[in-house]
Design a protein around this ligand. Structure first.
Ligand code: AMP
Length: 131
């Protein structure tokens, strides 16, 4: 079981931003920007592009809805999308509110936000997510 499957199952806590029957979105614990969110399929597949076409397409549409909620909660120029997957072997999409190109820099020092602020950010995004 991957760490993300444990999060989806509720065995490991997370800052939930959105959910439907196939996908789960939660805050990245080491955000590069406030509102940095991960979207994962509940199906446990390592490599994003190994997902079947229907799941991959549905994940993109789910990510679109999460991005709209992020943008509503945290006005930004655009929400950027990135796929790395080098650390956690469970397919996921990074959604990051962008003010400038530098906000997508994964090499810069990550933000360290108190738990209460992380919870408030997640609650804010969740409140804008249309189920
Ligand atoms: P990568 O696999 O390279 O896309 O990176 C995995 C991402 O997952 C990193 O940005 C981590 O900060 C994030 N991450 C790892 N464990 C957790 C967790 N328990 N909760 C939230 N985010 C996590």
């Amino acid at each position: 079981m991957t760490i993300f499957s444990k999060i989806i199952a509720g065995e490991i806590p997370s800052y939930k931003c959105a959910e439907d029957d196939r996908f789960y979105a939660f805050l990245d614990i080491n955000p590069v920007a406030k509102g940095h969110t991960l979207v994962v399929p509940k199906q446990e597949v390592d490599y994003l592009f190994d997902l079947d076409d229907d799941t991959l397409a549905a994940m993109m549409v789910f990510s679109k809805r999460v991005a709209a909620a992020i943008r509503a909660a945290y006005p930004c120029r655009k929400v950027g999308m990135a796929v790395l997957g080098l650390e956690v072997n469970h397919a996921h999409i990074h959604l990051i509110p962008l003010q400038s190109e530098g906000d997508m820099d994964f090499r810069k020092e990550k933000l360290q936000l108190p738990a209460e602020e992380m919870q408030a950010i997640a609650d804010n995004i969740l409140s804008h997510f249309s189920a």
